[in-house]
Design a protein around this ligand. Structure first.
Ligand SMILES: *Cc1c(COP(=O)(O)O)cnc(C)c1O
Length: 484
C-alpha cells in the first residue's frame, strides 16, 4: 500500500490522536459546563470567518490534526455552556458523541439489512419503545431519518397515499390537495407541501389563540371554506409544540376533527413530544396516541447529536405507503413489508447508524435520564416565566408551556417600533458580547427575545444574570430620560 494511505489508516496513530482528542474534549466539557469558559460564542462576520479558513486551507497538509480540531472547537458556539439558551439543539450527551465515533468508523450503511444488521435491529427497538411511550397500539411502527424536516415530508407523503383520491405516487394527480395547519407551525410543513407540488394554496393556515395554540374551533369552518374553493384537504398537522413559543396545540381536539372528517392526523412533536417520557409533563400531549403519524427529534430534547429523528405510525403499515417505486434489485417482493429493510420507508439510501446513539443512551442510563432532562428544562422555563412576570420592565409573550420563553424589554416605554428596535439591538449586543446566547422571533408584529433552555446545567442564577444583562443593555442604549 502507498505510504500515505498506510500512515493515514495507522491504528497506532489513531490511538494517539484519539486519546489526545478525548482529553481535549473532557477539558472542554469541564470548562463549558461549569460556565468557567468566559463566552458562549465569539461572533465573527461571515466574511471574516470565511477568510480565516481560506487562509488556513492554503497551507500545506499539516500531518498532525490536533491543532486544527482544537481550532474548530474554540471557534464554535458552545452548547454545553449554561449561558447557551438559544436554538432548540441539544448539548449532546458525551456518551452519544462517543457512540458517534464508533458508528462513524463502522459506517454500516443501512439501506439494506445485511449492510447494517445491528443498527437496523436497534432502530426497531428504539422506535418500538417510542411508540409505546406515545401510547400507540402494538401494530404501530416507525423508523429513524435525518431530521424533523425530512421526517415531516415523509409522514405527509404517507398521509397523501392513505387519504388522497387515486394513486398519486404512480399517476400524479390533478386534485388540488391541501393540509390544514396552525399559522404557528414550523415552516417545514409549508416546505413539504410545496415539495409535494401543492403550491401555496396547499397550506390552509388556521389562526392561533392568545397562547399561540391552534384555534381548533375554527377547523370546521376552514375545512368547509377550503372545500368550497375546490381544494381537497387530506391531513391536519398539530404542533406539539410550536417552535416560536413552545405552544402545544390541543391534540385531542385535532384528533376528534380528523376522525369526524376522515383526515390524516399528523402530530409534529419534533421538539415537544419528548414529554411522553415525563410523568409531570406528558399531559401536554394528551391525544397524541390518536395521531396517524408522529415526528420526534432526538437531537432536541433527548440529548442526541444531530440528526436523529423518529417517524412513528400508529398503524405500522402506513409507513410502507410512502415510497412505492420499484427497486427490485434491493427487494425481492416490493409488497411485503419487511421491517428490516428500512430503506423501503426512508428517503435515505445510505443512512447514518443513528439508532445506536439513542439505544446506547437508553441502555446505559434508562429513560429516567430523558425524563430528568425534560423535567429540568421545562421546570426552569416555568421559573423564568415567573421571574419575568415579577419584573415590570419585562413582558412575556405567553406563559411558557415548554422550555421556550419569549419575552421583551418594555421598561423604557415608547411602544411599537421603538420597542422592537430596542429589543433587536439588545439581542445584537448580546450576540456581540457572547456571554449569553439567545435568539429572537417576531409575533404579531412584535419582536421578542427568545430563550430555549436546552442545557440542564443552566440555573436560576444564570437566568437572573441574563435578565440583568438585558436590563443593563437597555439602559445603555436608552439612558433614563432619553427614551422616546
Ligand atoms: C425543529 C423543528 C422541526 C424541524 O426539525 P429539524 O430536525 O430541524 O429538521 C419541525 N417541527 C418543529 C415543531 C420543530 O421544532
Amino acid at each position: 500500500m502507498q505510504d500515505l494511505l498506510q500512515s493515514a489508516f495507522d491504528p497506532e496513530a489513531f490511538r494517539r490522536q484519539g486519546h489526545a482528542l478525548v482529553d481535549t474534549l473532557a477539558g472542554y466539557l469541564a470548562g463549558a459546563q461549569t460556565g468557567r469558559r468566559e463566552t458562549v460564542t465569539d461572533y465573527r462576520h461571515p466574511d471574516e470567518e470565511l477568510a480565516y479558513w481560506q487562509a488556513d486551507f492554503s497551507r500545506p497538509p499539516a500531518g498532525d490534526p490536533l491543532p486544527l480540531l482544537e481550532d474548530v472547537l474554540e471557534r464554535s458556539i458552545h452548547l454545553h455552556h449554561p449561558r447557551y439558551m438559544g436554538h432548540q439543539v441539544a448539548p449532546p450527551l458525551p456518551l452519544a458523541a462517543l457512540t458517534g465515533m464508533l458508528t462513524s468508523l463502522l459506517n454500516n450503511g443501512m439501506a439494506l439489512y445485511e449492510m447494517g444488521q445491528v443498527s437496523t435491529a436497534l432502530e426497531r427497538v428504539v422506535t418500538d419503545w417510542l411508540a409505546r411511550k406515545l401510547g400507540f397500539p402494538a401494530a404501530a411502527s416507525g423508523f429513524l431519518t435525518s431530521g424533523g424536516t425530512l421526517a415531516t415530508l415523509t409522514a405527509l407523503l404517507a398521509a397523501r397515499a392513505a387519504k388522497a383520491p387515486g394513486d398519486v405516487w404512480e399517476r400524479g394527480t390533478s386534485d388540488r390537495l391541501a393540509v390544514l395547519v396552525s399559522e404557528q407551525a414550523h415552516y417545514c410543513v409549508d416546505r413539504a407541501v410545496r415539495i409535494m407540488g401543492l403550491g401555496e394554496e396547499g397550506v390552509v393556515k388556521i389562526p392561533v389563540d392568545d397562547r399561540f395554540g391552534m384555534r381548533t374551533d375554527l377547523l370546521a369552518e376552514a375545512y368547509a371554506a377550503a372545500r368550497a374553493r375546490g381544494l381537497t384537504p387530506f391531513a391536519v398537522v398539530g404542533s406539539a409544540c410550536s417552535t416560536a413559543t413552545g405552544s402545544y396545540d390541543d391534540l385531542a381536539a385535532v384528533a376528534d376533527f380528523c376522525a369526524g372528517h376522515g383526515l390524516w392526523f399528523h402530530a409534529d412533536g419534533a421538539h415537544g413530544a419528548a414529554v411522553v417520557v415525563s410523568e409531570a409533563y406528558k399531559g401536554l400531549v394528551r391525544g397524541i396516541e390518536r395521531a396517524d403519524s408522529v415526528v420526534v427529534d432526538f437531537h432536541k430534547m433527548l440529548l442526541a447529536p444531530a440528526l436523529v429523528t423518529a417517524v412513528v405510525f400508529r398503524s405500522g403499515e402506513d409507513g410502507f405507503r410512502t415510497f412505492q417505486q420499484k427497486a427490485q434489485y434491493l427487494w425481492k417482493d416490493q409488497q411485503s413489508p419487511e421491517w428490516f429493510n428500512l430503506g423501503k420507508r426512508t428517503f435515505e439510501c445510505t443512512k447514518v447508524m443513528m439508532s445506536v446513539k439513542v439505544y446506547a443512551t437508553l441502555r446505559t442510563y434508562g429513560e429516567a435520564l430523558f425524563a430528568a432532562n425534560v423535567d429540568a428544562l421545562y421546570g426552569l422555563a416555568r421559573r423564568l416565566g415567573e421571574m419575568i412576570g415579577e419584573r415590570p420592565d419585562f413582558e412575556l409573550a405567553t406563559a411558557p408551556q415548554a422550555n421556550i420563553v419569549c419575552f421583551r424589554y418594555v421598561g423604557r416605554g415608547g411602544g411599537g417600533e421603538r420597542e422592537n428596535e430596542t429589543n433587536g439591538r439588545i439581542r445584537q449586543e448580546l450576540l456581540r458580547e457572547g456571554r449569553f446566547y439567545l435568539v429572537q422571533t417576531t409575533l404579531r408584529g412584535k419582536l421578542y427575545l427568545r430563550v430555549t433552555l436546552m442545557n440542564p446545567f443552566t440555573t436560576e442564577a444564570h437566568l437572573a444574570e441574563m435578565l440583568a444583562a438585558v436590563t443593563a443593555l437597555a439602559n445603555r442604549l436608552h439612558p433614563a430620560g432619553t427614551a422616546g
